[in-house]
Write a protein that binds this ligand. Structure first.
Ligand code: ACO
Length: 155
């Protein structure tokens, strides 16, 4: 993965609440998340393991030269029965702050999480996206397959 000079990728920490929520706002409605709720969520992600040393949740950020959060995304590992109890990686909630879009941070965070998934022995990595982002993910090496369906809790 190549990042612009001064940028770095790392796991989300409890103190990242403000920056993470600001970046995720480009993706979806977030609602009110208190500091304590955010800290609990991070604590939960950090406490869940696939085996002795592999986290199930890999929520990451890219920070700029000043430590400001510029991009966010999560890899989630699912242990299955099929494919000989194989592991599937799910990439979720990818967002780059408006100020940094178009500077290859999106591509960098996808490359990082894809490499991490393969290192964790995933036999495939999947994600859902809008039609408007298909070209972006194709440029990240993903290909269109299947159809996404949903049933909302509130119809
Ligand atoms: N459509 C077509 N091409 C695109 C798009 C797009 N929507 N976005 C980026 N690209 C292209 C770029 O032009 C670039 O092409 P090049 O290599 O030929 O120059 C390449 O993809 C890499 O682009 P990046 O600079 O890495 O993209 P960016 O950092 O802006 O991140 C992202 C892309 C994540 C879609 C960002 O624009 C964003 O946060 N958008 C709003 C939130 C969103 O839609 N997130 C994805 C949700 S899907 C999910 O979470 C699984």
């Amino acid at each position: 993965m190549t990042l612009p000079h001064g940028f770095a990728v790392r796991r989300i920490r409890t103190e990242d609440r403000e920056g993470v929520l600001a970046v995720l706002a480009v993706l979806s409605e977030i609602g009110n998340i208190t500091e304590s709720q955010f800290a609990q969520q991070v604590k939960y992600w950090d406490s869940q393991f696939l085996d002795n040393r592999t986290h199930i949740y890999h929520p990451v950020v890219i920070t700029d030269q000043n430590g400001v959060i510029a991009a966010v995304a999560t890899l989630f590992l699912e242990r299955k029965l099929i494919h000989e109890c194989g592991i599937v990686g799910h990439i979720e909630d990818v967002a780059v702050s408006k100020a940094y879009q178009g500077r290859k941070l999106g591509q960098a965070i996808i490359q990082h999480l894809t490499a991490l998934a393969l290192k964790c022995k995933c036999y495939k990595v999947i994600l859902d996206c809008n039609e408007s982002n298909v070209l972006f993910y194709e440029k990240c090496g993903y290909k269109r397959i299947g159809v996404e369906m949903e049933r909302r809790a509130r119809l």
